[in-house]
Design a protein around this ligand. Structure first.
Ligand code: PXL
Length: 267
């Protein structure tokens, strides 16, 4: 091998058989951004661009066994957490990662872009323990609303809700505005101190956005693994997501996948 070894990134998430979201989006993203991808699979979905047809959830012990296999040998520089499958997996994983030294990016996945539920009420309650140990939590607006029960009618209100969540769990929060209807996609990054940074871009045309949340969170984890500071990791990860949306292949009859394979360079 020449040069520096790649950052080792562990994705703890669910599998999307259609390759657009979940573990599959994570592996593509981590690889395209020069990371070494490892996985601990929490659940397997039979899924396509139109919806989720079936789900098998793995026992927490089996999820942790996968985490141990990775951390106990190769090790990891950063961890991305997505769909969890159960409250017990959330709690067990939080305990296992409590002493983890690298960055932890937690995407509090509740609902697939097709509308299918990917976390029940107990699992969402279990998110608190993972937010407590996360470096960054990346809720979209519906998730931020569910986690804070605060109004999200304006950029100011979204910033206040993100700051409340950041303070409560001593974590950074990236409130993602992609689920809004506005012509601009505004994401707000709030540090535990309440310090905020706004990322604002024109909304891209097209509805092929299946897997954007997974892609963004695993891109941030990979960039943290490369040693980027959090704000710059967020900036570059957003660029990776936007380039992937611009290169979406248009597959499937529903909300189609991104074109990770086409993003050769962030320059
Ligand atoms: O993007 C949320 C998400 C996370 N994990 C899995 C998914 C999806 C959305 O479809 O399928 C496995």
């Amino acid at each position: 091998m020449s040069g520096k070894p790649p950052p080792r990134i562990l994705s703890v998430a669910g599998s999307d058989s259609s390759g657009g979201a979940g573990i599959q989006a994570d592996i593509k993203t981590i690889t395209m951004l020069g990371g070494y991808a490892m996985t601990a699979i929490t659940a397997v979905t039979a899924q396509n661009t139109r919806g989720v047809q079936a789900v098998e959830i793995f026992a927490p012990e089996f999820v942790i066994a996968q985490v141990e296999s990775c951390l106990g040998d190769i090790g990891a520089d950063a961890v991305k957490i997505g769909m969890l499958g159960s409250a017990r997996t959330a709690l067990t994983l939080a305990k296992r990662l409590d002493s983890f030294a690298g960055g932890i990016v937690f995407d509090p996945v509740m609902v697939a872009s097709s509308g299918a539920e990917l976390a029940d009420t107990a699992t969402i309650a279990g998110f608190a323990t993972l937010m407590d140990i996360a470096t960054l939590v990346t809720p979209n607006l519906p998730e931020l609303g569910a986690l804070t029960a605060m109004p999200l009618g304006s950029v100011d209100e979204i910033g206040e809700a993100a700051a409340a969540l950041a303070r409560r769990h001593d974590t950074s929060v990236l409130a993602k505005g992609g689920h809004g209807e506005d012509a601009r996609v505004v994401d707000i990054l709030v540090a535990p101190s309440g310090e905020a940074m706004v990322f604002d871009d024109a909304r891209l045309p097209g509805e092929h956005t299946h897997g954007t949340g997974c892609t963004l969170s695993s891109a941030i984890a990979t960039l943290l693994g490369h040693g980027q500071a959090l704000p710059h990791a967020v900036r570059l990860a957003r660029r990776f997501v936007r380039a992937s949306i611009e290169n979406a292949p248009g597959f499937g009859g529903g909300n189609g996948p991104l074109g990770h394979q086409a993003v050769r360079s962030l320059a």
